[in-house]
Design a protein around this ligand. Structure first.
Ligand code: GDP
Ligand code: IMO
Ligand code: MG
Length: 404
């Protein structure tokens, strides 16, 4: 059994949490490899809903939960999530090299957003951007610095005080964080190597989505870390050939939270219906998600740069509530039609989507069989993207999943 990497192919919230929970059975451990508690991954089982921000979405399957060096770890969020999953038999290991997010980073996130004014990114305000930025400045503490008590808190507070009007006393936070992190810090890269050497496999769980990647997304309206499969080796500390196959998760329409370009965005009646039927409100911030049609141009790009071979397609039930829907086949820009997303990226605000219309999905959902209209959409996606659609999801519950 090989490792498998799950990534979002759009702007996040594609249903990665549901897919990871569904697939976790076949794996020894699940590894979060990017972002921090800006993520919100939902798992619904028998009507009971769980949203994971930092822990991998496999606690309900009692898997080992690993958090890699490339994640920005907020000890307060971690502590809360660990207490919620206490009753499941899980072992959690957080890499000692991971970046720590402190309350000061969250304050800085809010302040920087305010400074941006009308060009605010619409961050989740979870402090993830400042923590990664300060890591690049070589100022952010690592988990190791907290547990060995080698963090020079006076210098850190002094630095933040140049930006923040008031810097709180951090002693209590430091003490609580040390107690928590001491229990779970370890070497995630070694843990994964040992699992692989014994013939076991791990699932790498991406957060955010391809179009929010710091380098390859719709910059500057992106998150502060890598979100692609190519971030796994760096973040986790394994060689590139250990990433395994890459499975992309995509909704059969598109959503985005926060500001930034969104070529297929629609604000018509259909958007309100999709938001309502699909419960399209942020899992982390509760903000209404912006809604748009499925965009094959950006999907093709996401499949290409992640090396995606298999796709999980989610939310088919939502489109089945519409009489008909559209799919964006190409972009029109400078009087030309193109399917080359990367070429359009520098002028993404100017592109106009070219649609095929009249698509329908009827509610023919079953764990053992897909109806004709669903099959047509799957055939189309497989042919256009040259991928295998492996999972089809038509409801939030774990059971509402068809495996091909
Ligand atoms: P993630 O960040 O990619 O894990 O996705 P989120 O959990 O933020 O958002 C996806 C939302 O859609 C969650 O509320 C899921 O419970 C829900 N969901 C996932 N798959 C389906 C589906 O096929 N149909 C419906 N109606 N909801 C789904
Ligand atoms: P999951 O893993 C959707 C968005 C924010 C904002 C931008 C930058 O649940 O799919 P940040 O707080 O990261 O500095 O915000 O990125 N964003 C997400 N959008 N899903 C997410 O995660 C996101 N994580 C960050 O809304 O536009
Ligand atoms: Mg989410």
């Amino acid at each position: 059994m090989e490792n498998l990497c799950i990534v979002g192919l759009q702007w996040g919230d594609e249903g990665k949490g549901k897919v990871v929970d569904y697939l976790a059975d076949g794996f020894d451990s699940v590894v979060r490899f990017n972002g921090g508690s800006n993520a919100g991954h939902t798992v619904v089982v028998d009507g009971s809903r769980h949203v994971f921000h930092l822990l991998p979405s496999a606690a309900l399957k009692s898997k080992n939960l690993l958090i890699a060096a490339g994640v920005a770890v907020d000890p307060d969020v971690l502590s809360e999530e660990l207490s919620l999953v206490k009753r499941y038999r899980t072992r959690t290991v957080v890499d000692f090299r991971a970046t720590v997010v402190s309350p000061l980073d969250k304050m800085m996130d809010v302040m920087v957003e305010e400074l941006r004014g009308p060009s605010a990114i619409g961050t989740t305000r979870r402090g993830v951007g400042p923590a990664y930025a300060l890591r690049a400045f070589r100022l952010s503490p690592r988990i190791a610095d907290i547990i060995t008590d080698s963090l020079d808190m006076a210098s850190m507070r002094n630095f933040y005080s140049k930006f923040l009007p008031k810097v709180p006393d951090m002693e209590d936070w430091q003490r609580k964080s040390r107690i928590l992190l001491k229990k779970i810090a370890g070497n995630v890269s070694d843990v994964i190597n040992e699992i692989n050497e014994k013939g076991g496999a791990v699932l790498f769980e991406g957060s955010q989505g391809t179009l929010l990647d710091l380098l390859y997304g719709t910059y500057p309206f992106v998150t502060a870390s890598g979100t692609l499969s190519n971030y796994v080796p760096e973040s986790v500390g394994v060689p590139p050939n250990r990433v395994g196959d890459v499975m992309g998760v995509a909704k059969c329409y598109a959503t985005r939270v926060g500001s930034g370009p969104f070529p297929t965005e629609t604000d018509k009646e259909d958007a309100a219906k999709i938001r309502n039927e699909g419960n399209e409100y942020g899992s982390t911030t509760g903000r209404p998600r912006r809604i748009g049609w499925l965009d094959m141009v950006s999907l093709k790009y996401a499949v290409k740069i992640n090396g995606v071979k298999r796709v999980s397609l989610t939310k088919l039930d939502v489109l089945s509530k519409l009489k008909r829907f559209k799919i964006c086949e190409a972009y029109s820009v400078d009087g030309e039609e193109t399917e080359d997303f990367a070429r359009c990226l520098p002028k993404i605000d100017e592109v106009r989507p070219v649609y095929s219309d009249g698509w329908t999905i009827r509610g023919e959902f079953d764990r053992n069989r897909m109806g004709g209209s669903v099959q047509r959409l799957i055939d189309y996606i497989e042919e256009r993207l040259r991928v295998d659609v492996k999972l089809v999801s038509w409801g939030e519950d774990r059971s509402m999943t068809y495996e091909r």
